[in-house]
Design a protein around this ligand. Sequence first.
Ligand code: 13P
Length: 295
Amino acid sequence: MDFDTKKLFRAAERGRYAIGQFNASTADQIRAIMRVAIELRTPVIIGTSEGECKFIGARQAVKLCEAYEEAGISVILNADHTYKDVKEIKNLDTIRALLDAGYNSIHFDGSVLSFEENVKWTKQVVAMCKEKDPGISVEGELGFLPGVSQISKEKVEIKPEYLTDPAQALAFVEATGIDRLAVSVGNSHGISFQEDRLDIERIAAIKKAIGGRAVLVLHGGSGIPSDQIQAAITQGVRKININTELRVAFHDALTATLIGSGETTPYKFLPPAMDAVASVVEGKIKLFGSGGAAL
Ligand code: 13P
């Protein structure tokens, strides 16, 4: 996976579409996502959270993604929310190991740190990644995103102080040299009973502030109504992360297939779950507008 991800995002900026990041922790999920990416000729990002990466294996995730290069599809493999637990940051060994395994994209999440500490660590991550290969893409995060990638019965509260400030976003991008900036604009991880309401004006203001210096990223893409996603893309979001909707689709289809069936052959009971994941991915890629953009 030896290519410059910058050119994919430059093309997204020109074409005014967003590239989807779809999270996965099994080979079946990656196959389902890639099947759609190949069909729709779109660049695609496979995301693995720390837990997902631990489960599938970093080297294994890299090799699985590399297997699709011959289909002519650019696959970015992104380590999502590296250092979810800030106590683990101390040194950057986890990121070094991911780079050695062959990840071509790192999301360093220092959003719970103070602005100064977030800048300090993000800058070090950028330096480490670029030293390894200038083509490796680095995402930083500013502003806090509540919630986890699951269905929640609790009300997820988004406090005003969580939201990303446009002027601070510019200062963060300039001080760190990141390629992509994940922001808090009314989004949250997971699906709760109340829908997310994106602050579209804030997205526009952040985009205006950072201009072309970094790619604007929307996390927590599950459960956000399509018209809001479209408005976010119109205002300049070029990468959107989806996880919960894929997890739910996989789980529900697998449960429905297995209950009472007595089927024990994985290649017989897994396809409906893979189809369910593929169907969600197809809907998102069409919504994001990246179909046909494979480079
Ligand atoms: P959702 O689980 O809400 O789709 O968010 C995924 C995400 O942002 C991964 O980083």
